[in-house]
Design a protein around this ligand. Sequence first.
Ligand code: UD1
Ligand code: BG6
Ligand code: NA
Length: 365
Amino acid sequence: KKGSYDHFMQKEIHEQPHSLTTTMRGRLKDSGVLLGGLKEHIKTIRRSRRVVFIGCGTSYNAALAARPFMEELTGIPVTMEVASDLLDRQGPIYREDTAVFVSQSGETADTLLALDYALENGALCVGITNTVGSTLSRRTHCGVHINAGCEIGVASTKAYTSQIVAMAMLALAVGSDQISTQARREAIISGLSSLPSNASEVLKLDADMKELASSLIDSESLLVFGRGYNYATALEGALKVKEVALMHSEGMLAGEMKHGPLALVDENLPIIVIATRDACFSKQQSVIQQLLSRKGRLIVMCSEGDASAVCPSGSCRVIEVPDVADCLQPVINIIPLQLLAYHLTVLRGFDVDQPRNLAKSLIQH
Ligand code: UD1
Ligand code: BG6
Ligand code: NA
């Protein structure tokens, strides 16, 4: 089933142009999006006082990537909950809330317990899952199957990008009654339809990421700084490195850099800074300058053609990625980091598809 690939994770990373296509198939129209599973519930979602995104691990990170455009397109406040933490706190959930549960497998115990809790509290419960017939799909009031195809590698890759795309379609559908954002919605729809080809383009960085991995093989730690649309990319890139390459890695909000993390910076610790084009670009340029002035060892991810804009001194290693609609950039930016984590794992001699101590919920339906 791995075909010409050595590992499922590698196959699933390279499958993304196709899995993104199947996630959107039959759902994208010039005039808007059509999500069969939500038709009857869109008006209720629009009327909700709050949207609460709930998930674990990579699925939580996908929801975090979706938060900015969900807020922008719907005007509804969005709060984030790690499933176990919501349960630990018994945090408030109300009838006026829409609780969106994100889970590749649809079987993660903490997520399902949080679902029971939200159902008891009367929220409208929406599922975003890859698994038709899963407990999450059955117990939620409605939802969207992401249709990314079966994911075998324990480290989620193609499901992450498809989850973000499914939530982009959800945000477009909920926000479709807002005249003031119509042009923005059209631009995002056109951005969505280009994503599969952008993903093919960025996968050409495979050899570069293998080379970058070989330069990081003996590092003890890797930091990843992101902000805005790409805060989630920083967390998810670091999670991939941690869970498969078994290297300590932290994703950090770049806006918090000077409130602690800056103390860690020296000439040895590798730091990835995500600085693709969006409204936060100039803030990221100044983060890079501050890190360089402390002799930081920087790897900067930027938009194609921006190498000298992000690193005028030429002293950073640069990863150039295709520029897409700003809010969809996390779908493309994670791919080089998935490749990096994959190659780092293979070069360090660890098991790619079955990382130590981790398991995937794999229930056949
Ligand atoms: C559905 C069909 C698809 C068909 C299409 C044609 C299924 C599973 N999907 O897709 O094969 O090509 O119509 O129009 O038969 N749901 C939840 N919770 C979740 C996910 C989904 O309750 O977490 C519900 C939805 O609200 C919906 C149903 O499951 O009632 C199917 O969802 P989805 O597959 O996303 O719907 P369509 O895209 O319309
Ligand atoms: C964890 C896995 O157990 O579950 C993570 O180690 C995964 O990789 C998380 O992201 C959530 O899984 P799911 O199926 O709910 O998306
Ligand atoms: Na359901």
